[in-house]
Design a protein around this ligand. Structure first.
Ligand SMILES: Nc1nc2c(ncn2[C@@H]2O[C@H](COP(=O)(O)OP(=O)(O)OP(=O)(O)O)[C@@H](O)[C@H]2O)c(=O)[nH]1
Ligand SMILES: [Mg+2]
Length: 386
């Protein structure tokens, strides 16, 4: 029987014949209503048949990830991103077992204003890297998803070629939680991808606010993508951002824009000499490239490799990772303490009234904080007076 692989469920081994006892072919759902129910309008969409996926054990996750199974990798990341408590417990066990298999990739952060061409650059660079035999994972840290619930980076569409490449794995930003939580999940996602054999990890983020600092704290090398011509205020170029990056790359150096891009590059190259370098022993470089034509992309990657060699030799690379691990631990502790605090029954019970009192001016924020902390220490339930 001819297999319609498109509808083959993902648990089916690629070589499974029809005699394997698997449901190896799922028929597409029927589009028009035909359930015989009164009022069944033809326009009603009938849901596709859904299949319950088998729950995986920690062993399944670990073995699947280590063998490079993409489906399990994707599910392992979903586990990491889950806020459910039993998922988090499993995720921690999994991460602990994957950690010894991680750390061998180069971790590259890319920031820049919306439209600078980050995704396009990752597409062009990524295709080159994959063609050269690298395995590339692209992650996104998207500050908008923590505020509005929407995602500005969750677009696979602009990395269409790359997303079809078997050597590439693209994962949009986790869609929930405060940025701190998103960062924790992205760190763990990075570990999972490295354990699955990805040797280049690229983290894309939009250059707004805290997200840059967050991404800097989890990558080895940080790249600021710029475009010539947009005013500095538009690009949000503050001294701080430039002092956090190791490479400044002026993108869209093509066509009419080539000359302006080159001028901008030269300006940046001059400026960086007056700034504090982001990485000890490495002079921040200004480059130009075009994600569209591919010009300058090889040179860009050569700089990333030079950075890695240089910082490895000086020990700065390893030191940064050690410090990042310490920060990671402290962030986890802070996050956990905060969660426990707000989950304490006394705090949960009294918080709404306390907030009311602060708003009406009958309780000072400092007093309120002290009150809450005392409640948090008490094992007995205690309601404050109105
Ligand atoms: N001419 C030219 N256009 C480019 C280049 N790189 C990107 N673009 C265009 O710039 C627009 C934005 O590119 P993206 O790659 O989506 O930019 P981004 O920085 O990822 O944007 P966000 O994800 O929204 O923050 C698209 O229309 C691209 O086609 C380039 O090198 N040259
Ligand atoms: Mg993008």
């Amino acid at each position: 029987m001819k297999q319609d692989t498109h509808h083959s469920p993902e648990w089916v081994p690629p070589n499974a014949g029809s005699a394997e006892g698997f449901t190896t072919n799922v028929m597409p759902g029927i589009k028009s209503a035909h359930d015989g129910m009164p009022g069944g309008a033809a326009s009603r969409v009938v849901a596709h048949a859904t299949t319950r996926r088998r729950d995986l054990s920690v062993d399944d996750y670990v073995n699947g990830v280590l063998s490079g199974n993409r489906t399990i990798l994707a599910r392992a990341i979903t586990l990491v991103e889950s806020n459910a408590e039993h998922h988090q417990a499993m995720a921690q066990q999994m991460i602990t077992r994957l950690l010894p298999h991680s750390g061998r990739a180069i971790r590259v952060g890319i920031t820049g204003v919306p439209g600078a061409g980050k995704s396009s650059l990752i597409e062009t660079l990524g295709c080159k890297l994959c063609a050269a035999g690298h395995k590339l994972a692209v992650l996104a840290v998207d500050p908008s998803s923590s505020i509005s619930g929407g995602s500005i980076l969750g677009d696979k569409t602009r990395m269409e070629l790359l997303s079809r490449h078997p050597g590439a794995f693209i994962r949009p930003s986790p869609a929930s939680g405060v940025l701190g939580g998103v960062a924790r999940k992205s760190r763990e996602t990075m570990i999972v991808c490295e354990a699955a054999g990805y040797d280049v990890i690229i983290v894309e983020t939009v250059g707004v606010g805290q997200s840059e600092i967050t991404v800097r704290s989890m990558v080895d090398i940080f790249l600021l993508l710029q475009i010539a011509g947009a005013g500095d205020e538009l690009q949000g170029i503050k001294k701080g951002v430039m002092e956090r990056c190791d490479l400044i790359v002026v993108n869209k150096a093509d066509g009419d824009n080539k000359l302006r891009a080159e001028t901008a590059r030269a300006d940046y190259q001059r400026i960086v000499h007056y700034l504090q370098p982001s990485t000890k022993g490495w002079q921040t470089q200004a480059l130009s490239c075009s994600a569209t034509t591919g010009d300058g992309i090889d040179q860009l990657w050569a700089n990333v490799e030079a950075f890695r060699e240089n910082t490895r030799a000086s020990g700065v690379f390893e030191k940064r990772r050690q410090r990042q691990n310490l920060d990671w631990m402290h962030n986890l502790v802070a996050e956990q303490l905060k969660r426990d605090f707000y989950n304490h029954p006394n705090v949960r019970m009294n918080l709404p009234l306390i907030e009311e009192k602060i708003i009406s001016g009958t309780l000072s924020p400092t007093h309120a904080a002290t009150l809450l902390q005392e409640m948090d220490k008490s094992a007995e339930l205690h309601a404050i007076a109105r």
